[in-house]
Design a binder for this molecule. Sequence first.
Ligand SMILES: Nc1nc2c(ncn2[C@@H]2O[C@H](COP(=O)(O)OP(=O)(O)OP(=O)(O)O)[C@@H](O)[C@H]2O)c(=O)[nH]1
Ligand SMILES: [Mg+2]
Ligand SMILES: [Zn+2]
Length: 298
Amino acid sequence: MTGRVIRSRGRLFTVLTDGKEYQCEVLGKAKREKGHSPVAIGDLVDFTPVTDGSGGIEMVHPRKTKFSRPRVGEELKGTEQVIVANVDQMVIVVSVRQPELKLHLIDRFMVSAQKGGLKPIVVINKVDLQHKHDLQRITSIYESVGTPIVLASCVDGRGIDELRELLRDHESIFVGHSGTGKSTLLNRLQPGLALRTSEISESTAKGTHTTTSVELFSLDSGGYVVDSPGLKVMRIWDLELDELQTYFPEFEKYLGHCKFSRCSHLHEPECVIRKAVSEGQIFPERFESYERLYHGLK
Ligand SMILES: Nc1nc2c(ncn2[C@@H]2O[C@H](COP(=O)(O)OP(=O)(O)OP(=O)(O)O)[C@@H](O)[C@H]2O)c(=O)[nH]1
Ligand SMILES: [Mg+2]
Ligand SMILES: [Zn+2]
């Protein structure tokens, strides 16, 4: 039988097929697959039922999309951790404050989304709080690269309906640092979901990783959502230096026109990307994110 992995606990994966759930172990064959995590939430799998409600996963279907990162603590050995497979959108949740908004964090997730084949959506949450950001400018930055951006508040309800529309009939994973309000947003989008959320401490203004597991939920308005634990450091799995520039859509029309064919766009003369930045064709904020990511990869 074929089904979809919707959650996991320990070594057991819950596989959903025809509205029925099976608790499955991963059998030897599927375990031995090389080069990626054997089974991830969102995977389509072939399994054999053992008893009513339990079974064994035999095979994982090739993934259409994936959001992955190096397994924590194993960055050097390089093991990939697929956080979710086969969803089509990444909702990048940041907050104006608590924790503080940093554009380069959004851009890092944007790169990861595109690399994995997911369409990014940006949500700036907690706009009810006093803050110092120019939200109009931030909105134009992301609109200029074709990314939908929603200004939201779980306190006064701003942006919630708009976000619900963007999620309708899509499968979306919510990502972002701890405490930005991912679970609160999901609870607001679908009352009854009752995901655990928590107060963030005022003194450190850091979240405490309230969400600890990844699970696929269906939305009454159509589609699926996946909550995810806030990531402290968001490293991008298997990203090459040369590849980075291709995940900045606004660079695209300039690529191949620099004087040097392998221009890093950081210091070489006659670089058309830097020229576009200085002429206001590319937002300096985005270029700065590119620079940061580039240095991080070297
Ligand atoms: N003022 C304000 N507070 C919010 C808003 N959304 C969420 N919060 C608060 O932010 C805190 C963290 O919310 P969570 O939903 O637990 O954050 P999370 O992103 O799921 O965090 P992790 O699960 O740790 O990744 C809670 O105290 C929420 O009440 C908002 O729009 N405005
Ligand atoms: Mg959460
Ligand atoms: Zn260049």
